[in-house]
Write a new protein. Structure first.
Length: 574
RNA sequence: CGGGGUGUAGCUCAGUCCGGUAGAGUGUCUGCUUUGGGAGCAGAAAGUCGCACGUUCGAAUCGUGUCACCCCGACCA
C-alpha cells in the first residue's frame, strides 16, 4: 500500500472527551471515528487491524473444529419471548417495530437464534457434537458507554455455541476452547490471564474469563503468584482465617461518637486500627410481599461483594435498605447501626468469615451518636450466621492454600461458559438418543470481544509517540520512509524496488510517498504503530545501506542494501 | 433515573459575567523557499455560535424550552 493511495486521518490532538489512552490514540491515529455515544465508524486503517484480529480468531476456531455461520443481527421478538428474556433483559435490549408493527430486537447475543437453528435441524445423537460460531455485530444499549471501543454499544463479537449429548462431552469441548482461547490471545501478542469467573446472568456451571492485563481494566483479578490460582474478584473466595477466634478480653462499653458515621472516622476517634471495627450493611429482601431485613457484617476495611451476598440462601434478590426501613427495624439512624441487641426474630444477621473470627470489636450501638467497643460474639450477641461476603484484598490467603493473593486489573476479552441445559430446556432443543429417547442437549457458549481486543492491545502497547501494536495485528508490518523520494532518482529507484520486493515476498508493507517532510512521516508511522521501519536516504545509499528501526528500539541500525529483504523477513519471523 | 458540566471553523479552545459587524492556535488550499523528526514567509477558503421560541432597536452573550455529548451518583451506614 502506498500512503498516497490510502486514507490517512491522523490528528495532532485527541478530542477532549476521550478518557483512556487507547481511545485517545485510536482517534488520533484515525482508526475510528465516533458517530454517536458508544458507536464508531472503523476507518480503513482501523478496519485492517480489526480484520487481522478477526482472522486469527477465525483460523483458530476453525482449527479447533468449530464451524462458522452468520446469524441475523435483527431478531424476531418471538424467540426472546419464548426464552423469557424479552421480559428479563430490560432497557439494555434495543427493541423496535417494523412497518407491520411487529416487534424485533437488535441482538445483544444470539443464544435464542442458535438454539432455534439447532433444534430445527438437529434430530439425532449422530449429528452431535456440534460447535457453531459467528463473528457478528452486537448491540447492547449500555447505561454508560465509555472508554471508546472498550465499552461501546455496538461492537463486534465472536460467539460460539456447542451442543452435546453428555456433560462429559461438553467438558471436553470446554477444555478444547480453553486451549483455543489461550492460543488465540497468545497469537494476538497480548499479556493475558485466564481466571475463574462468576457465571452471572447467563447461568450454568463452570466459567472462565480471559483478561488482558492493564491498569485501566474495569475488572479486578485476584491471583496467586505461587500457584495457578486466578479468579475474578467477583468470585475469588475469602477463606476462613486459620487461627481460631481469640478469647474476649474487654468488657462491652458504649462510647460517644457524635458525627462519626463511617468506620474510618470511628477508628480514628478511638485511636484503633480500622481492622478492629465492624460495619453493618442493612439490606432488604422483598419477595411476594414478604419483607425480610438483614444485617451483613464486614470488617471496617473490607468491601461487600454483592454477588457473594446474593448467593446466600434467602437473601437474593436484595436491595439496600432505605433510611426509614433502618429506623423501623433498628430504631436508629444509619451511621450508628450494629448487630448487638437486635431483635433476632425480625433481623437476620450474617457475618463475613473474617468478622466471625473477630473478638473485642467496635460496632454501632443502634443509638445515634454512640458505638460499642469490646463486643464479642457468644457473650454480647448470639453467634452469627457465617458466609463469605467480602471482596478479597491483596495479602489474603490463597484459597488453594499455596501462598497469598495479589490483585491486578484486567480487560475482559473472552468468556467461556458451560451453559448446561438452561436454554436448551427453555427452547426445547432436543435429540433422539441411541435408544430413540428424546433428550435435552448440553450446551456450552464461548465469546470473544473482537472490537475490545483492539482497545485492549493499545492499552498494553503504547508510548509517548503513539501505538505500539503487536506484530500480528498492526495495520502494516513494515513501513518504508524515503528521504527525498521526489528529489533523488537513486532514492526513488531503491525505494520502489524495495517496496516491490517486500510486496512480492508477501509482506504487508506501506510506502510513505506523500511528499511530506520527514518529521511528519516518522510521526505518523509511529503513531499508527507500524512495528518495523525502513528509511531510504541518499546518505545511506552512498554507503550501500538502508536504515532499519524497530518501533520499540531506541536506535536504528544500518543494513547492507542487498541484505535488507532477508533481514526484514528475519525480523518478521522473530 | 437523579445531580453537575459542555455545545463557537475539521481538531483544541478564547469570547458569554457586563448585548453592539465572529476570534486565536492547529489543520486545509495556493505560491515561493525548505527537505533526516510534526518547517519558514506570503496569501486564501472555512462557522445556520447545537436547535426552537421569547426579551430587545440589536442576542454567541439575557430568558424559557428542547436536543446532543461528557462527568458523577444510584443508598457499602
Amino acid at each position: 500500500m502506498r500512503t498516497s493511495q490510502f486514507f490517512f486521518t491522523t490528528l495532532k490532538e485527541a478530542p477532549a472527551d476521550a478518557e483512556v489512552i487507547s481511545q485517545k490514540l485510536m482517534l488520533r491515529a484515525g482508526l475510528i471515528k465516533r458517530a454517536a455515544a458508544g458507536i464508531y465508524t472503523w476507518m480503513p486503517l482501523g478496519l485492517k487491524v480489526l480484520r487481522k484480529v478477526e482472522n486469527i480468531i477465525r483460523e483458530e476456531m476453525n482449527r479447533a473444529g468449530a464451524l462458522e455461520l452468520l446469524m441475523p443481527a435483527v431478531q424476531p421478538a418471538e424467540l426472546w419471548q419464548e426464552s423469557g428474556r424479552w421480559e428479563q433483559y430490560g432497557p439494555e435490549l434495543l427493541r423496535f417495530k417494523d412497518r407491520h408493527q411487529r416487534d424485533f430486537v437488535i441482538g445483544p447475543t444470539h443464544e435464542e437464534v442458535i438454539t432455534d437453528v439447532v433444534r430445527r435441524d438437529v434430530k439425532s445423537y449422530r449429528q452431535l457434537p456440534l460447535h457453531l460460531y459467528q463473528i457478528q455485530t452486537k448491540f447492547r444499549d449500555e447505561i454508560r458507554p465509555r472508554f471508546g471501543v472498550m465499552r461501546g454499544r455496538e461492537f463486534l463479537m465472536k460467539d460460539g455455541y456447542s451442543f452435546h449429548t453428555s456433560f462429559e462431552d461438553l467438558q471436553r469441548e470446554y477444555a478444547n476452547m480453553y486451549a483455543t482461547y489461550s492460543r488465540i490471545f497468545t497469537r494476538l501478542g497480548l499479556r493475558f490471564r485466564a481466571v475463574a469467573a462468576d457465571t452471572g446472568s447467563i447461568g450454568g456451571t463452570g466459567s472462565h474469563e480471559f483478561h488482558v492485563l492493564a491498569d485501566s481494566g474495569e475488572d479486578a483479578i485476584a491471583f496467586c503468584p505461587d500457584s495457578d490460582y486466578a479468579a475474578n474478584v467477583e468470585l475469588a473466595e475469602g477463606v476462613t482465617p486459620a487461627n481460631p477466634r481469640a478469647n474476649a478480653s474487654q468488657t462491652l462499653n458504649k462510647v460517644p461518637t457524635p458525627g462519626k458515621t463511617a468506620c474510618a472516622d470511628v477508628a480514628e476517634l478511638l485511636g484503633l486500627p480500622l481492622t478492629r471495627t465492624v460495619k453493618a450493611i442493612a439490606i432488604v429482601n422483598e419477595e411476594e410481599a414478604r419483607k425480610r431485613f438483614s444485617l451483613l457484617l464486614l470488617r471496617g476495611d473490607h468491601e461487600l461483594n454483592e454477588i457473594k451476598a446474593s448467593k446466600v440462601t434467602g437473601l437474593s434478590p436484595f436491595r439496600f435498605a432505605t433510611e426509614s426501613e433502618i429506623v423501623e427495624y433498628l430504631g436508629c439512624k444509619p451511621g450508628y447501626i450494629g448487630p448487638v441487641g437486635v431483635n433476632a426474630g425480625k433481623v437476620r444477621v450474617v457475618a463475613d468469615r473474617i468478622v466471625a473470627a473477630m473478638s473485642d470489636f467496635v460496632c454501632g450501638a443502634n443509638e445515634e451518636g454512640f458505638h460499642l467497643t469490646g463486643a464479642n460474639f457468644g457473650r454480647d450477641l448470639p453467634e452469627p450466621e457465617v458466609a463469605d461476603l467480602r471482596n478479597v484484598v491483596a495479602g489474603d490467603a490463597s484459597p488453594d492454600g499455596k501462598g497469598t493473593l495479589e490483585l491486578c486489573r484486567g480487560i475482559e476479552v473472552g468468556h467461556i461458559f458451560q451453559l448446561r441445559r438452561k436454554y436448551a430446556e427453555a427452547l426445547q432443543c432436543c435429540y433422539l438418543d441411541e435408544q430413540g429417547k428424546n433428550q435435552v442437549m448440553e450446551m456450552g457458549c464461548y465469546g470473544i470481544g473482537v472490537t475490545r481486543i483492539v482497545g485492549a492491545a493499545i492499552e498494553q502497547g503504547n508510548d509517548e509517540r503513539g501505538i505500539v501494536f503487536p506484530k500480528a495485528i498492526a495495520p502494516f508490518e513494515v513501513c518504508i520512509v524515503p528521504m527525498g523520494y521526489f528529489k533523488s532518482e537513486a532514492v526513488k529507484a531503491t525505494t520502489d524496488r524495495l517496496y516491490a520486493d517486500l510486496k512480492s515476498a508477501g509482506v504487508d508493507v506501506v510506502l510513505d510517498d506523500r511528499n511530506e517532510r520527514p518529521g511528519v512521516m516518522f510521526a505518523d508511522m509511529e503513531l499508527i504503530g507500524v512495528p518495523h521501519r525502513l528509511v531510504v536516504g541518499e546518505r545511506g545509499l552512498a554507503a550501500g545501506e538502508i536504515e532499519y528501526k524497530s518501533r520499540t528500539a531506541a536506535e536504528p541500525v544500518m543494513i547492507a542494501q542487498d541484505d535488507v529483504l532477508a533481514f526484514v523477513q528475519t525480523q518478521l519471523a522473530a
